[in-house]
Ligand binder design. Structure first.
Ligand SMILES: Cc1cc2nc3c(=O)[nH]c(=O)nc-3n(C[C@H](O)[C@H](O)[C@H](O)COP(=O)(O)OP(=O)(O)OC[C@H]3O[C@@H](n4cnc5c(N)ncnc54)[C@H](O)[C@@H]3O)c2cc1C
Length: 492
């Protein structure tokens, strides 16, 4: 039996963050991984899909005809693209491996270090794990004072659709494609579905169909954002089946045949080469022996936890396996928090109020805090300013003026920042300063005073703030279609 201070199951971003933080505290740490290091985040999620997205953006820019050069015969094939994605993945895996190798050595004055154990872990009881499938033929037994479950999630599938990984796939199978499909249907117009639609449409080799059962894609975002994203996808040739219900999908003669029912009641059957099922994720709890450990799960199979602590006080759950949002930043922050809670008695409560996110569409969309829809649903009075990218010099220089910055503040003298949306190139770089200001409950005046480098897209954020104060350089009265300033109140 091997004994540790803390044992972590899963070496994705959440587990790795927890392991390294425990090492900071001088603990004897064990991290168990049954697959490649880095988890879904590196191999089938954030890093791999964002590398694909970046490559698809480069490709579409290379083909543009409005830049003073014409690139002819830009050759592209999927195996070369996948090769490049694998290089990105391998770089990250090698960084993680070298860090674990270095931190597995005892430090002067501190014999404790990190042990990486390969294999599939399951609880025998609340204090003991069994690890099968490691290099030695015998199962290992591991005990620890604290456990952290960081086993992540996997794509959700539907009972009525057989995912064979070849014709009908999930995001886990995208890197296994041998060539660009000539046509593909994506079921699910959430963030991941829209990102893959953008990627394949950018590469221009695949006719993409997107099945959206709602009135509009990205229904959780404001209508203006959803409309631009939708229009841009359609301009790239994507067919969006809005308000459509999937009736059936199966492989027929090496083609995927699917039938949808339109909101009018009309039925349509379409054949495509491949299908991607993108309907959410489910937590990896199966086979973990949670019942033996006494860890409770909710109806959806997610581990119930209170600020990362499960129903068993010395067992914590972090990252996608827990009930919170499935994002790398959330997993990492939870991993660090759980360890600080154990070893530094952290008493603060985890808050995701000012969580910033990016959607990798074309262009990208960055978000923090409230949007107009959420403010109105909660009947929060607000002032809003919208500043078009067409007036931002950096966007003009990049020949990429599609987009806007939208800033929401309280409808009072203080004008505290409630939220921001940026749709446009480099949108994600605009969000950081606002995130910090929201964390410190700062007013729009502070934002208006920042000195920005020029030209930078962040100047659009500054002008948005100035518009709310009536001091912007470009005036909404003059640029009525690019600038908007208004306030929303309620009668009761
Ligand atoms: C297509 C796609 C795109 C995404 N894009 C983004 C993005 O742009 N930004 C973002 O923030 N997030 C993104 N995500 C989400 C992000 O990838 C996840 O939130 C993140 O990977 C979760 O980290 P984790 O450590 O909880 O789990 P994972 O990364 O899934 O890691 C869990 C690890 O645990 C291991 N494991 C499981 N069970 C056991 C066991 N019994 N024993 C031993 N090991 C085990 C697994 O092998 C795996 O390595 C994306 C996800 C997908 C699918």
């Amino acid at each position: 039996m091997l004994e540790f201070d803390v044992c972590i199951i899963g070496a994705g971003p959440a587990g790795i963050a927890a392991a390294i933080r425990a090492w900071d505290f001088g603990q004897q740490v064990c991290i168990i991984e049954k697959g490649p290091l880095g988890g879904a985040s590196v191999h089938n999620g954030a890093l791999s899909s964002k590398t694909l997205w970046e490559l698809s953006r480069d490709y579409i820019n290379a083909g543009r005809q409005d830049r003073g050069y014409i690139a002819e015969n830009v050759e592209i094939d999927f195996p070369h693209v996948v090769n490049c994605v694998h290089r990105a993945i391998n770089e990250k895996v090698s960084q993680i491996s070298s860090q674990f190798a270095a931190l597995s050595q005892p430090r002067p004055g501190c014999p404790n270090c990190i042990s990486l154990v390969r294999g599939n872990a399951r609880f025998l009881d609340s204090k003991t794990l069994c690890v099968d499938g490691n290099e030695s033929s015998r199962a290992l037994k591991i005990s620890a004072k604290n456990f952290i479950i960081a086993t992540g999630s996997r794509p959700r599938t539907l009972d009525e659709i057989i995912v064979d990984g070849s014709f009908i796939m999930t995001s886990d199978h995208m890197m296994d494609l041998m060539s660009f499909p000539r046509s593909m249907v994506i079921l699910g117009a959430g963030v991941a579905g829209c990102e893959f639609a953008t990627i394949f449409a950018n590469f221009g080799q695949t006719k993409v169909y997107l099945i959206d059962r709602a009135d509009r894609i990205l229904p959780f975002e404001d209508e203006d954002i959803s409309r631009i994203c939708s229009t841009n996808l359609e301009a790239k040739g994507v067919t969006i089946h809005h308000r459509a219900k999937l009736l059936s999908m199966q492989v027929v003669d090496d083609q995927v045949e699917y039938t949808i029912e339109h909101h009018t009641g009309g039925k349509e059957t379409i054949q495509v080469e491949r299908a991607l099922i993108s309907v959410g994720r489910v937590p990896n709890v199966f086979g973990l022996g949670l019942d033996k450990a006494g860890v409770l799960v909710d109806e959806q199979g997610r581990i119930t936890s209170d600020n990362t602590q499960t129903s068993v006080p010395h067992i914590y759950a972090i990252g996608d396996v827990s009930a919170d949002k499935a994002l790398v930043s959330i997993g990492e922050i939870q991993g660090r928090y759980a360890i600080e809670r154990i070893y530094a008695n952290a008493d603060s409560v985890l808050s995701y109020e000012n969580l910033s996110t990016i959607m990798f569409l074309d262009p990208e969309v960055a978000a923090i805090g409230l949007n107009e829809q959420q403010a109105q649903d909660n009947r929060i009075p607000y002032r809003v300013s919208v500043y078009g990218y067409s007036l931002v010099n950096r966007a003009i220089a990049m020949r990429a003026t599609d987009g806007f910055v939208k800033l929401l503040v309280t409808n009072d003298e203080d004008m505290r920042i409630l939220g921001m949306r940026v749709l446009g190139v480099h949108a994600s770089t605009s969000i950081e300063a606002v995130s910090l200001m929201m964390k410190h409950d700062r007013s729009v005046c502070d934002l208006a005073e920042l000195l920005h480098p020029h030209p930078a897209v962040t100047e659009g954020v500054q002008e948005c703030a100035r518009m709310l104060l009536g001091t912007s350089i470009y005036k909404p009265q003059v640029f009525q279609s690019d600038l908007r300033l208004s306030q929303v109140t309620y009668s009761d």
